[in-house]
Design a protein around this ligand. Structure first.
Ligand code: ADP
Length: 251
């Protein structure tokens, strides 16, 4: 590779160099803007529960000394906001690893018991009706990460529906699929491509009440990519949503 001094380069070459330099700067700027947006969104999301915690702590200080009801109500609110912050920071930490190699701990295992355990955990925590259908299907995956992925999908089904939720494990030849189906509010078609974006929520007011942060599905997508699986979402507004994880089944 021979270095040619700038003054000896042709006009075309100089023009091309300028073009690629511009292109590079644009890429850097876009990435920088994205990072800035991410930090701004994350700070905003963390600030909301912190403000609630602060105001309830103040309430205890001012009126809590001889008022057990105020204390009980405040402690309850502080506790749930603290849990929300903990979940949020956990998701943020995982997402911050974006681009880095995820450390996977791969093993062959039957997915059915994993699903059974997850479904049971949600039934206990939320007293909701969640059915599980399927048979043994062996996959080669990271148990912990797959569990996280399934948790995000069931958690969404719980947040955005009120009726029964159906989880199923389906085999189609060499392919396997986990479906999480709800008959909830569904997602408008125009929002569907955007729900995988970080911090995107269809209805901010409504999802704030349900404790959403807009990070679940973007994390779910990254988890499924890291696992070599594919995540798809089918939804009809007002009818319901089916989230599916597609994977290679082991024989
Ligand atoms: P959130 O923490 O807000 O649930 P997600 O990234 O998991 O964030 O989802 C993004 C948005 O997609 C949600 O705010 C919600 O509007 C919509 N959504 C996700 N799952 C469902 C579902 N099962 N039914 C209806 N809407 C959903």
């Amino acid at each position: 590779f021979k270095r040619i001094p700038l003054e000896e380069k042709s006009r075309d070459e100089l023009y091309q160099m300028g073009e690629s330099f511009n292109h590079m700067m644009n890429l850097l700027e876009t990435n920088y803007d994205k990072q800035k947006q991410f930090v701004a969104n994350a700070s905003h999301e963390l600030k909301t529960p912190l403000t609630v915690i602060e105001s309830y702590a103040n309430l205890i200080k001012r009126r809590g000394i001889d008022n057990p009801e105020v204390v009980a109500e405040s402690v309850e609110a502080i506790h749930s906001e603290a849990i929300r912050m903990k979940d949020l920071t956990q998701q943020l930490l995982l997402l911050a690893k974006h681009g880095e190699q995820w450390k996977l701990s791969l093993e062959r295992f039957d997915l059915y018991p994993l699903l059974k355990e997850s479904v049971q955990a949600f039934r206990n925590a939320y007293s909701r009706e969640i059915t599980l259908q399927g048979e043994e299907i062996i996959a080669y995956a990271d148990k912990q990460k797959l569990k996280q992925l399934i948790y995000i999908l069931i958690d969404n089904a719980i947040k955005y529906s009120e009726q029964e939720i159906r989880v199923s494990l389906v085999r189609d030849g060499a392919k396997g699929r986990i479906d999480v189906e709800d008959n909830g509010i569904g997602i408008p078609e125009s929002d569907l491509p955007k729900v995988f974006d970080r911090f995107y929520r269809v209805d901010k007011a409504r999802t704030r009440k349900s404790g959403g942060s807009g990070l679940g599905l973007s994390l779910a997508k990254e988890l499924s990519e890291a696992l070599g699986m594919k995540l798809t979402l089918e939804s009809t507004e007002g009818k319901g949503t089916t989230a599916s994880i597609h994977f290679q089944a082991e024989s």
